[in-house]
Write a protein that binds this ligand. Structure first.
Ligand code: CA2
Length: 144
């Protein structure tokens, strides 16, 4: 089983600023968590991060026929990108949306998610552990 974890703009800056919102863990900590989860769950995890909307769309398209599930945090593009929504719909790969922060308790514009419309589940406000929860959910779903 192969799961692709996609992160959008500025997620690579985690831990550098705004620890009150996103915690003090770094992007390197997230990558380590993904590697640990892959080992423990005996699955293959590929990660991809980009600050560019088109690159995220390209990656989703390229994953067609190559991965079993997608975990995606589109970051700011969550709230703006119909292109990412359309790409997720086009490949029709089971997907889970993750947000590190509790977007529901933040600004109103963060409470709109386009990508989420193509996802089976959204996990918010669980910090980096949200990614692990999303992977476990997908693993369970794909095994059924
Ligand atoms: O809570 C999340 O995971 C978000 O997807 C993170 C995005 C934000 O635009 C979404 O509304 C919610 C932001 C990504 C990280 O941005 C940083 C900003 C400053 C310092 C470090 C990271």
């Amino acid at each position: 089983m192969k799961i692709l974890v996609i992160n959008g703009p500025n997620i690579n800056m985690l831990g550098i600023r705004e620890p009150g919102i996103y915690g003090s863990n770094t992007f390197a900590d997230l990558l380590a968590l993904l590697e640990q989860t892959a080992r423990e769950e005996n699955i293959e995890i590929e990660q991809y991060q980009s600050n560019h909307e088109g690159c995220l769309v390209d990656k989703i398209q390229e994953s067609f026929g190559k991965v079993d599930g997608i975990v995606i945090n589109p970051a700011a593009y969550t709230h703006t990108s119909v292109a990412i929504l359309d790409a997720l719909k086009a490949v029709s790969i089971p997907a889970v949306e993750v947000h590190i922060s509790d977007v529901d308790s933040r600004e109103p514009f963060r409470q709109i998610s386009y990508a989420g419309l193509a996802c089976q589940k959204t996990i918010k406000g669980q910090g980096l552990q949200g990614y692990r929860q999303a992977i476990l959910y997908l693993k369970d779903f794909l095994q059924k």
